[in-house]
Design a protein. Structure first.
Length: 256
């Protein structure tokens, strides 16, 4: 549905982007073998963002690998989070019965961790069918000059869970508002980007800082402390699908 809407309002081209740059009156993008020009460049290009690299917006960025494997052999409705540091030292593994999925986030050797999860859940594992994608966490400026970063490119990613879909949608909504105000001639470009940066801090900063601190703490915790925390967390709780991994909202679930 979103793709159809985009086609109705813009020309979509699926080309590999090789270079980006800024000129006095606009931006240029080398896609395929052709240069394209425009007024603004929106970098929605993920964890390893070329736009972030090219415009000095890389920031303090840590890269991890998220890997998952789906099998038809899992049945049920449960979700297991595996807090086992042999699976992932700083993050976690998971098993989603409904999707028949096992997964893990870690810095390297993700296939070895998937193989171990498959062994634990008695799943026949084929490394060639595993899906692996980068995840970036940290902090950076979301705009500079005529470039605006959105989503994971702007590090709008939850450091504790690696989740980025909801934050990316929020970031896109904010960017759209201020890009439109500039293109409609309501504000200067510098004012539009400053307002976008300000709104990004308001919407994301506290949650990202809290999750980053907790992730650092978790990576240092011994087994005994992890087991204790797991024992006091509520089980079988229904949570909001859009906010379930927001730390500042999850504190409400802890016992008094």
């Amino acid at each position: 549905m979103l793709r159809e809407r985009a086609k109705a309002n813009a020309e979509l081209r699926y080309l590999p982007v090789r270079a980006v740059g800024q000129k006095r009156d606009g931006v240029a993008v080398l896609a395929g073998k052709r240069w394209f020009k425009g007024k603004l460049l929106l970098g929605c290009d993920g964890a390893c963002s070329l736009v972030a690299r090219s415009f000095g917006l890389w920031g303090k960025r840590e890269l991890y690998q998220a890997a998952f494997y789906r099998s038809s052999r899992l049945n049920g409705e449960g979700i297991d989070v595996i807090l086992d540091k042999s699976i992932s030292k700083s993050f976690f593994g998971w098993m989603i019965e409904k999707q028949g999925e096992i997964g893990v986030i870690r810095k390297a050797n993700e296939n070895l961790a998937l193989r171990e999860l498959a062994r634990r859940f008695s799943i026949r594992f084929d490394a060639k069918k595993a899906v692996i994608a980068p995840i970036a966490i940290g902090s950076c400026k979301p705009a500079r000059g005529r470039a605006i970063l959105v989503g994971e490119a702007a590090l709008q990613t939850k450091p504790l869970t690696g989740g980025g879909i909801v934050f990316s949608l929020l970031g896109a909504s904010l960017a759209l508002r201020f890009v439109k105000s500039y293109l409609d001639g309501e504000v200067k470009l510098s004012d539009a980007t400053k307002r976008y940066e300000s709104e990004c801090r308001r919407v994301f900063q506290n949650e990202i800082k809290a999750q980053y601190a907790l992730r650092k703490l978790y990576s240092c915790l011994p087994w005994q402390a992890i087991n204790f925390l797991a024992s006091i967390l509520p089980r079988g709780v229904r949570v909001n699908e859009l906010t379930y991994d927001r730390v500042l909202s999850l504190f409400k679930l802890l016992p008094d």
